[in-house]
Design a protein around this ligand. Structure first.
Ligand code: SER
Length: 630
């Protein structure tokens, strides 16, 4: 069964059971500022799981593209089941049917459509905690299902092997699923396939499907609330399932090499790449470094073309940063095997696009193919230049040891990853003084932290016009937060580039959409009101007594004379040259600051309106706001 056939069979199976097919959404979440990528089939459905009626009813089915980078280091390991980009088959009951139907259909699909041997299937069930009881209902349902095959399903606490091995394993945290820290969530019941060999249960049993009983909602305060609507969210890893059904011997054992790369999703590109690098199948199977490199390149390039097709470009932030990292990792892993030229990655990208576009849901990526490949090529070329320059520098070394200083300089000035320096050195029979390198890196990290704080204390590093406007917006944002959120909100951090303002405030709760809109409106109002901005210099003691706001107050303390930036209220016509105590509460904002700032808030409007594009947690009690002028 190919991936295409599996998708068709899956949709058909659940449509026959009353489900409506829903589309596969973009990888970029529409209304979830807390996530960079869609990471599961239920992710675009959060609001329906919370109770909003779905226009297509209460039973839904689809397959959904997803990205997860949490396990990026695992990609390409032997028998690896990890991919950064993957597809999930999923079906949902939005407060409709219950566990019995769900688990029964799961088992039917596995045994009747995929023809998997029921004796090889093991399940997990939630063992309960202080709030949620043990899932006895699922235990009972699974025992009934297994008994139909003459299997006595014993309950145990861990996966073991042998005639007395439990069939139903009770687990805790591993059997609880949530998309993030807040929102719909619940205990799960998963089905595993026994590959038939190996003592280590982590390798021997492979999870195929996850039935989540989304009966709860986690509030922003971290409380679990029971939902009125009892949902079921079932997710099946497409490539994982293929890695099993494509790699079974006649006894039902899984072949030794059984990764997701040995499936029709990857096999043509895989063979092409082995050939391109002048390797053999034997080397691929037996040389761990060749195998890992091939797999990493395959995974990362496939993920990259999909992410670019969904509108992302490489950059140093957010989705763009993840994309950049994927492309650079692919170049790095392939470098040693590709004689220093990464052009083949563009051909591989083209193959990945053609392969993906065989699916009707993904034909759109063919229309974008030209752009996608040129974005990919651009980034590959940029990074190749870095690599080549690094190699030139390393070639100049007339010693068997590459100094830690040189490795550090290549990393800092060129962005040459240390792994590459190690590779190149090894290929030249040289060693790298890695201890010294690590030491220098550590020192550097400490220095840049202090530097960042100093930069703040002394004003902006970047004096471009728009950065100055963002800087004044930062003062307005803090003033607005004090007014609209809580009087004692303080700044916890700030970072300004010419593209955006990032601002951290001490505030315990996630901001609601309404609060975000209020803040935006308030800041925009102050921009329109054309408030005067200036600074005065006064003594630290006086400023402190006056209650001037500032993040690095202790740093300013060392200075005799400090600079205070003031944003005036419209009605304050007198502009005293020092702080007048009676005016204390009249200013819109008063902050210790090195500047620079605009002279009048209306200057900001030449870059557009102030808009908050993201709000997320930045640690305990700290909210991070990202805002732009558009
Ligand atoms: N949301 C669950 C998962 O991703 C099941 O769909 O595993």
């Amino acid at each position: 069964m190919t991936s295409g056939e599996l998708k068709k069979q899956f949709i058909k199976f659940f449509v026959e059971r009353g489900h409506k097919r829903i589309p596969n959404s973009s990888l970029i979440p529409e209304n979830d500022p807390s996530a960079l990528f869609i990471n599961s089939g239920m992710h675009p459905l959060v609001r329906f799981l919370l109770g909003e009626p779905h226009p297509l009813g209460r039973r839904l089915v689809n397959y959904q593209r997803a990205v997860r980078t949490g396990d990026i280091d695992e990609v390409g390991e032997k028998n690896s089941r990890h991919l950064t980009f993957f597809e999930m088959l999923g079906e949902w009951s939005l407060g409709d049917y219950g566990k019995k139907e769900s688990l029964t259909w799961t088992f039917e699909f596995l045994t009747q459509v995929l023809n998997l041997d029921p004796y090889r299937l093991y399940v997990t069930v939630y063992k309960g905690d202080d709030v949620i009881p043990k899932d006895d209902e699922s235990i009972k349902i699974w025992q009934d299902i297994f008994s139909k095959f003459g299997i006595e399903a014993k309950v145990g606490e861990s996966f073991t092997v042998g005639p007395d091995a439990p069939r139903i394993i009770l687990l805790g945290e591993d059997n609880f699923w949530a998309v993030g820290n807040v929102g719909p969530c619940g205990p799960t019941s998963e089905v595993f396939y026994d590959k038939g060999y190996g003592e280590n249960p982590d390798n021997r049993f492979l999870e195929l499907v996850n039935n989540v009983f989304m009966y709860y909602n986690r509030t922003k305060e971290g409380r679990l609330e029971e939902l009125n609507q009892k949902n079921i969210d079932v997710g099946w890893g497409l490539e994982r399932i293929l890695s099993i059904i494509h790699n079974l011997d006649q006894n039902g054992n899984v072949l030794d090499v059984n990764s997701v790369f040995e499936t029709d999703v990857f096999i043509d590109q895989r063979n092409w790449l082995i050939n391109k690098w002048g390797k053999s199948e034997f080397e691929y199977l037996n040389d761990g470094s060749v195998r890992k490199a091939i797999r990493v390149v395959l995974d990362h390039i496939r993920a990259s073309v999909m992410i670019i097709s969904d509108g992302v470009e490489p950059s140093n932030k957010d989705q763009g940063y993840v994309l950049r990292r994927l492309i650079r990792r692919a170049v790095t892993y392939g470098w040693k095997f590709s004689a220093g030229s990464s052009d083949y990655l563009i051909d591989l990208g083209s193959m990945c696009i053609d392969r993906l576009a065989q699916d009707e849901e993904y034909t759109f990526i063919l229309n974008n193919k030209h752009r996608t490949l040129s974005v990919l090529e651009n980034e590959v070329n940029k990074f190749e230049k870095v690599l080549s320059q690094g190699v030139r520098e390393l070639n100049k070394v007339n010693d068997n040891i590459i100094s830690g200083e040189l490795a550090f300089r290549l990393k800092e000035s060129l962005g040459l990853p240390i792994e590459i320096t190690l590779e190149i050195a090894a290929s030249q029979g040289k060693e790298v003084d890695i201890e010294k390198y690590n030491l220098l890196m550590q020192e550097h990290q400490i220095k840049s932290k202090i530097g960042a704080e100093k930069k703040f204390a002394g004003g902006l590093g970047d004096y471009s016009d728009i950065s100055i406007c963002y800087h004044t917006c930062a003062h307005l944002l803090l003033a607005g937060s004090k007014m609209l959120l809580r009087k004692d909100v303080h700044q916890k951090g700030q970072n300004i580039t010419s593209e955006r303002l990032r601002y951290d405030i001490g505030y315990p709760d996630k901001l609601t959409e309404e609060q975000i809109h209020l803040l935006e409106d308030w800041v925009n109002e102050q921009i329109v009101r054309d408030l005067k901005v200036d600074f005065i210099e006064t003594t630290f003691a006086k400023a402190k007594e006056y209650g001037v706001e500032g993040m690095f107050i202790d740093k300013y303390e060392a200075l005799e004379i400090v600079k205070i930036y003031r944003i005036y209220p419209k009605e304050l016509n007198v502009h005293p040259t020092d702080l007048v105590f009676e005016d204390k509460d009249k200013y819109v904002s008063l902050e210790f600051c090195g500047g620079p700032h605009v002279n009048h808030t209306s200057e900001i409007s030449k870059f557009g309106r102030f808009k908050i594009i993201k709000e997320e947690s930045a640690g305990q009690g700290v909210r991070r706001i990202k805002a732009v002028l558009v």
